[in-house]
Ligand binder design. Structure first.
Ligand code: NAP
Ligand code: ZN
Length: 335
């Protein structure tokens, strides 16, 4: 392929417009993927708006990609033209540091995001280092699997790191793209699952997705009633919050793991952390090996995103729905 056509932004907060770029010669370690579907993650919105000060304009957003390999660099041995693969937030890493060698490429200091300093998945094709294109199990549908590549792995990783099992009590704050997958994975791990949500209309679907209990997080009484009940709470929200209430909801040795990015510093009292040996942590995506494992678990346990589909050309509509917290539960752009 010569030029790649997609939808990109030229300035902070701008609308997406058609954007064509020349990807140059295919590097030996790269693959080109013809895109079937791409999820619209809240991080794309943060990048479009330059909320994190790291956006490089113009750029094509999109990092929840499923597609088919159409070209391989000379050094790529583990994929073939025609393979269906997924690509997430990460497109490359150094390959040599301690973390890359340990198979924790997501912690590499040289990690390259798929749509920062390069063009992502709101397009007909994308190029990445082949180590970050993960083969998709046949049982997975491209559209409902695309969100697994970022939202899915981001919530799977902390459940797996915490060793969640049938004795665990797991809470999920925010039932959006990440959160609705977290409910499904936590249930698949056998945990008792609680959804913490600001949207009362999500209750019945949260229960269907795997929650045993739904807590309306704007009712401080309901939140207080959860004191000392949770082993792990995964926060997927991008808003400020009464964080001490969630620390209070942890059992001794419990962890509040932040994967959503609040706009302001998270301030906490030390005493509740000290008294219960509680922990506050963070987690970012997962390695390619962990992504492959997560996809396999999703295929075997029927974990799939509930999606609102849009043609690629209607990416702006998908973005504006996401801005209004009006997506059930992940917008996916399809070619
Ligand atoms: P999303 O689909 O917009 O879901 C976020 C959810 O947060 C909403 O559905 C809503 O759930 C809740 N929420 C929204 N506004 C709120 C408010 N003012 N107060 C309380 N809750 C509110 O977003 P997403 O794509 O899941 O992404 C969530 C966050 O994860 C973003 O910050 C994103 O950047 C981050 N992220 C991090 C990683 C990582 O590696 N750590 C990877 C991907 C994404 P309810 O309606 O249920 O309240
Ligand atoms: Zn994402």
């Amino acid at each position: 392929m010569s030029a790649i056509q997609g939808y990109g932004v030229h300035a902070a907060g701008a609308e997406l417009v058609p954007l064509k770029y020349d990807p140059g010669n295919l590097r030996p370690q790269d693959v080109e993927v013809s895109i079937a579907a791409c999820g619209v993650c809240h991080s794309d919105l943060n990048l479009i708006d330059n909320d994190w000060g790291m956006s490089q304009y113009p750029f094509i957003p999109g990092h929840e990609i499923v597609g088919t390999v159409t070209a391989l660099g000379d050094a790529v041995r583990h994929l073939a033209v025609g393979d269906r693969v997924g690509v997430g937030w990460q497109a490359d890493s150094c390959g040599f540091c301690e973390w890359c060698r340990k198979g924790e490429e997501n912690l590499c200091a040289q990690a390259q995001p798929t749509c920062v300093g390069r063009h992502g998945g709101y397009a007909e094709a994308v190029r990445v280092n082949a180590r970050f294109a993960v083969r998709l199990p046949e049982a997975l549908d491209s559209q409902t699997a695309a969100p697994l590549l970022c939202a899915g792995i981001t919530v799977y990783q902390p459940l797996r790191s915490a060793g969640v099992n049938p004795s665990s009590r797991v809470g999920v704050i925010g039932i959006g793209g990440l959160g609705h997958l977290a409910l499904q994975f936590a249930r698949a791990f056998g945990a008792e699952v609680t959804a913490f949500s600001t949207s009362v209309d999500k209750e019945s679907e949260a229960l269907e997705l795997g929650a045993h209990r739904f807590v309306h997080s704007r009712e401080s009484k309901a939140l207080k009633a959860m004191a000392g009940t949770q082993d792990l709470i995964v926060s997927t929200i991008n808003a400020a919050q009464e964080w001490s209430a969630y620390v209070g909801a942890l059992r001794p040795h419990g962890t509040l793991c932040l994967v959503g990015v609040p706009p302001r510093p998270v301030s906490l009292e030390a005493f509740p952390l000290i008294a219960g040996a509680r922990c506050v942590s963070g987690s970012n995506i997962g390695s390619p090996a962990r992504i492959a494992e997560m996809l396999d678990v999703a295929a075997r346990h029927n974990v799939a995103a509930r999606t609102d589909a849009f043609p690629m050309a209607e990416a702006n509509q998908a973005i504006s729905r996401l801005r209004r917290n009006n997506v059930h539960y992940r917008a996916v752009l399809a070619n």
